[in-house]
Design a binder for this molecule. Structure first.
Ligand SMILES: [Zn+2]
Length: 240
């Protein structure tokens, strides 16, 4: 199976679903992570161009730990989607190139505008990518990408689980340490949250996974909901 996980910033996937992605890998599935935004605003002192470079590298280091391919749409923070066709086309290209069997992304009710925008972007692009005659500026005519089928879409937990009522859980007790190791590759973010918010982000993420574990009868878990929109619904268990 081919899994595509789309996060907004280059650490969102580690926070919400890396334990699940590592489990997919252990089961022999192919996993690609795509970041929509490059994270260039996620620091007080480091200026955006430098931070962009740092964060793309941090994300690649995190993916390398688990043998996960990492791609980015490289859009600046706080300028994500808002119905922009140009960005939807970039996501259509990404989906057509990856040909996923399942897609994971942010909940439509997450805590900040870029996350919510990515949720909508993925929902819109996943349908658009299936239309045979829809071409994008980068891939058209003889160069056109084959369409991708509409596949099941799962929303990952919100930050700190606020307002999120899970319908599916994945036991990540065996992959929690790898998840945390991947999260710790995002050095710029861990330092920033420690310095400016007095938060130990690794501890924060571990606590959330423990809480979801308590709910679902295991040590650590990640939580999801299925996007209930035709024709993304399936009777098959798509999560590991
Ligand atoms: Zn984020």
């Amino acid at each position: 199976m081919k899994v595509l996980a789309v996060g907004c910033h280059p650490d969102d996937i580690e926070v919400a679903c890396a334990g699940t992605l590592v489990r997919y890998k252990q089961l022999g599935h192919d996993v690609t992570v795509c970041h929509v935004a490059n994270g260039n605003m996620g620091h007080v002192e480091i200026m955006p161009p430098e931070l962009r470079t740092m964060r793309i590298a941090e994300a690649k280091n995190a993916g390398a730990i688990a043998g996960i391919k990492v791609r980015t749409l490289d859009i600046g923070d706080l300028t994500v989607y808002d119905g922009l066709r140009e960005q939807r086309d970039l996501m259509v290209d990404m989906i057509r190139q990856e040909q996923p069997d399942v897609i994971i992304t942010h909940s439509p009710d997450d805590y900040m505008p870029d996350h919510v925008a990515v949720s909508k972007l993925v929902f819109d692009a996943s349908f658009t990518a299936s239309c045979v005659h829809y071409e994008t500026p980068a891939f058209n005519g003889d160069n056109a990408q084959p369409p991708a089928p509409v596949v099941p879409l799962f929303y990952m937990d919100t930050l700190a689980g606020v307002g999120f009522l899970p319908t599916e859980y994945v036991d990540i007790s065996d992959t929690i340490e790898t998840k945390i190791e991947m999260l710790e590759c995002h050095i710029s973010q861990l330092k920033w949250m420690r310095d400016h918010d007095n938060i130990d982000f690794a501890e924060f993420v571990r606590s959330c996974a423990r809480f979801r574990g308590l709910q679902s009868g295991c040590q650590y878990a990640e939580a999801f909901t299925a996007c209930v929109a035709w024709p993304k619904i399936t009777t098959k268990r798509m999560l590991p």
